[in-house]
Design a protein around this ligand. Structure first.
Ligand code: ADP
Length: 497
């Protein structure tokens, strides 16, 4: 296994504090909590345990920064350059950030480097360009009750204000980047609450934000637990907007907490995405594609292609192919460059996934491969393909968030297939595999999902909006679509006589 670089060792040994108003501080309570390496179950570091008192300090710092000259008066061009610099710094420290991600989350270091870190840098670079392009409109008025009047009317896009952001553990650095970059480009200020399972890369990112020259208080970072720090942020009366990524269950709690002062809310929640292989699909592409759709990031993706629907004529061939890939996936610690799939992020997550496996098997599903926890240290689960499932089973209805796909044959591309594919409370993603693009487009139109991939899966880009239909969320991340959630339009009407 690869040794940790000296930079990472030094970082791990340094104190892990909260970033409040441009300074690193201990929690008011003085408490810390341990962070675990999921590949070994060993403690790596201790991190400040922020709670309500720290959230309050951070929110007040963000409030002050919102109106500060250093932030409110910065030109759009300079704001863009600052955000661009953050992207550059992420790339300069890419290896170190990838190592932290592998250590803390468990994902393969090669994937962290090529996907998580690269995409995190890219969204800062993409959003930097928007700082100078937040145009309002000029609007011609008619005002029927004042036929002789003459107005000049325009809109300004102003920052929504202080934003509370709560992120999960599956892509720790990337989720921080998806959240922070639109907030900064629109001139908002932020209190970011990172996931308790994976706080390390966000702390390192905080150091890079200061190095980039971000004014004090513009981004504040709180490590701590959801029920305390997260809940306090969602309820805080001085927060104008809350942006949450996590489970649908907690998303509903966030909505309730946000109601106190009617915060604007955006949510990116769970999924149970259908992945459909039509009988004319190119199986050399569709089989590895279906495996990648579920096994990428160990299935710990809200958009994982976790319900595989395959035309009955090719069902056996596709399932055999996906199972063969699953069996060859090399499980190991994220830091090992040979590793293709790391452990689940925590023992809690491991037990959750194993609970679903047990429930599926008890209800009559059959594991073509995998189906078990891997014995030994660390939180490893075998990549699993379940067949003989029925639409009512828990494994088909609920989000497992692990490397487990349920596979079902279908007779034809008809109403019944579409009904089955859409038979979920979620609506995040969907995949379609076929050589017939006409069919693919028709099917794409009928699937209730925020992202549909045709002959590909898990394609993310800073320019593409990402978000969910139904209970998968409110609003969109990335692209120009996210900007409307971080700005508010002010209509200014001038009587010009
Ligand atoms: P998961 O079940 O995958 O861990 P969660 O939805 O529980 O996902 O967690 C996502 C984020 O939400 C984490 O940062 C977590 O600390 C936070 N969180 C958990 N509970 C609450 C809550 N009651 N209020 C606000 N944030 C919360």
């Amino acid at each position: 296994m690869a040794e940790l670089s000296s930079k990472t060792v030094e970082f791990i040994r340094s104190p892990k504090q909260l970033l409040i108003n441009g300074r690193w501080e201990n929690a008011v309570s003085g408490k810390t909590f341990p962070v675990t390496n999921p590949a070994t179950a060993e403690i790596i570091a201790h991190v400040a345990e922020g709670d309500q008192a720290d959230v309050d300090k951070a929110v007040r710092a963000a409030r002050q920064a919102l109106e500060s000259r250093a932030w409110a008066n910065i030109t759009p061009s300079d704001r863009g350059k600052l955000i661009w610099r953050i992207g550059d710094l992420i790339l300069q420290h890419a290896d170190e950030l990838a190592e932290l991600e592998a250590l803390d989350n468990g994902k393969p270091v090669t994937v962290a480097r090529s996907a998580d870190v690269a995409l995190a840098a890219d969204i800062f670079h993409y959003m930097a360009g928007w700082a100078t392009k937040l145009h309002g409109l000029t609007i011609p008025l008619s005002v029927p009750y004042l036929p002789d009047a003459n107005f000049h009317c325009y809109t300004r896009l102003e920052p929504v204000g202080v934003v509370g952001q709560i992120i999960p553990w599956n892509f720790p650095l990337l989720m921080a980047a998806w959240k922070l970059s639109p907030a900064l480009t629109t001139g908002c200020t932020v209190v970011l609450k990172v996931a308790e399972e994976t706080p390390l890369s966000a702390i390192r990112l905080g150091e890079l934000l200061l190095e980039a020259g971000l004014p004090d208080g513009v981004v504040n970072i709180i490590t701590g637990f959801g029920e305390t720090a997260g809940a306090a942020l969602a309820a805080h009366p001085l927060v104008d907007k809350i942006a949450f990524t996590g489970s649908t269950e907690v998303g509903k709690l966030v909505v309730k907490a946000a109601a106190g002062n009617l915060k604007k809310v955006t949510l990116e929640l769970g999924g149970k995405s259908p992945n459909i292989v039509l009988k004319d699909a190119d199986l050399d592409v569709a089989i590895p594609g279906a495996a990648h759709a579920i096994f990428f990031n160990h299935g710990q993706c809200c958009i994982a292609g976790s319900r595989l629907y395959v035309a009955k004529e090719i069902f056996d061939e596709v399932i055999e192919g996906v199972a063969e890939i699953a069996e060859k996936i090399k499980l190991g610690p994220g830091l090992d460059p040979q590793t293709e799939m790391g452990p689940m992020v925590s023992d809690l997550q491991l037990n959750r996934v194993c609970g679903y496996l047990q429930s599926g098997l008890q209800e009559g599903a059959k594991a073509v491969c995998g189906g078990r926890k891997r014995l030994g240290a660390g939180y490893f689960v075998e990549p699993t393909v379940l067949v003989d499932t029925t639409p009512q089973m828990k494994v088909v209805q609920e989000e497992i968030f692990g490397p487990v796909v349920t596979a079902m044959p279908f007779k034809a591309m008809d109403e019944q297939l579409i009904r089955q594919a859409n038979d979920t409370i979620y609506g995040l993603g969907a995949g379609i595999w076929t050589r017939d693009l006409g069919k693919a487009h028709r099917l794409a139109n009928q699937l209730q999902a925020g992202s549909v991939w045709i002959n590909c899966y898990n394609i993310f880009d800073a320019a593409l909006p990402f978000g969910g239909y139904k209970q998968s969320g409110w609003g969109r991340e990335m692209g120009s679509a996210v900007l409307e959630h971080y700005t508010q339009a002010k209509a200014v009407t001038v009587n010009i006589g």
